[in-house]
Write a protein that binds this ligand. Structure first.
Ligand code: HEC
Ligand code: HEC
Ligand code: HEC
Length: 198
């Protein structure tokens, strides 16, 4: 089973590299398709003439080379966009600034999952506890499952940057990740000791 998964992953990676190789030329020609040509909407609909052309809106934001060509986290950090967190007035946004280090023992570089960059847009309940339980090690994370549109793949490749951007998730060296995990453990132990002393 494991062997079959690795085999499939390899085939997939090769397919991605081939696709990436043929991308730049097509991309240079047309970064954003007009709404009537995007294949998503009915070109005969009157809405096609009313909606803002994607290029008009997106070309002003932080550029990216993948997905819909906008580096959304940078656009948000630079204040280029200010998304409404809810249609209900007075909704509190809960931002959690804790990194989780995953894949410390894999062949690929470790993954630093940043809560901050997610909770700027998403509520905890978007992920907890249906997609991810909070307890480390309880989720059986796997690239194979992610590529099938589960776990991180529920959003990445659908509404967030695509899975072809390996290094955006596999974003940390093993040394950095292990040092960070050690720091986190020390901080947690200190916080616990402080709580116990009270
Ligand atoms: C959206 C984030 C994300 C992207 C993008 C992503 N990965 Fe992963 N990857 C993960 C996570 C999370 C795991 C599982 C970590 C664990 O096992 O704890 C993983 C695990 C893996 C593993 C198995 C563990 C290992 O290191 O051997 C491989 C291989 C892998 N990814 C390769 C890739 C390749 C190649 C790409 C690009 C084509 C890619 N990944 C893109 C998040 C991502
Ligand atoms: C985009 C998905 C996502 C969102 C949104 C999210 N989390 Fe998480 N959370 C994760 C993942 C992935 C893990 C790691 C689970 C593992 O180790 O297997 C995690 C782990 C945790 C942990 C345990 C690790 C740690 O840092 O202590 C806590 C606590 C946590 N989340 C709190 C929150 C809170 C509070 C919110 C909302 C403010 C939130 N999370 C929103 C994906 C998310
Ligand atoms: C519920 C939806 C959702 C899930 C699940 C999710 N993400 Fe994300 N992620 C987002 C959104 C939305 C953004 C911001 C938009 C973008 O960067 O495309 C983001 C951004 C990120 C960024 C920052 C990108 C940057 O430009 O700096 C990283 C890294 C990342 N995700 C990794 C992961 C990993 C690893 C997992 C799985 C453990 C995961 N995400 C699961 C929605 C999700």
């Amino acid at each position: 089973m494991v062997k079959r998964q690795v085999g499939l992953l390899r085939v997939w990676v090769v397919a991605v590299l081939v696709a990436a190789g043929s991308m730049p030329s097509a991309w240079a020609q047309q970064r954003w398709l007009p709404i009537a040509e995007d294949g998503l909407r009915d070109p005969a609909s009157p809405a096609v003439r009313l909606l803002q052309p994607p290029e008009e809106a997106l070309s002003k934001l932080e550029p990216d080379t993948a997905g819909n060509q906008v580096r959304w986290v940078k656009a948000l950090d630079k204040g280029q966009i200010e998304p409404r967190s809810s249609i209900l007035p007075g909704t509190e946004v809960e931002v959690y600034d804790g990194d989780v280090y995953l894949n410390l023992r894999g062949g690929m570089p470790p993954v630093r999952f940043p809560h901050r960059e997610h909770t700027l847009w998403l509520a905890c309940s978007n992920c907890h506890d249906e997609i991810f339980k909070k307890e480390p090690g309880s989720n059986k994370l796997s690239m194979f499952v992610i590529l099938q549109g589960e776990q991180c793949g529920v959003c990445h490749g659908a509404v967030a940057f695509p899975l072809t951007e390996c290094s955006r998730c596999h974003n940390t060296t093993r040394e950095e990740a292990l040092a960070a995990v050690e720091r986190q453990q020390a901080e947690r132990a200190a916080a616990k000791a402080k709580g116990a002393a009270r």
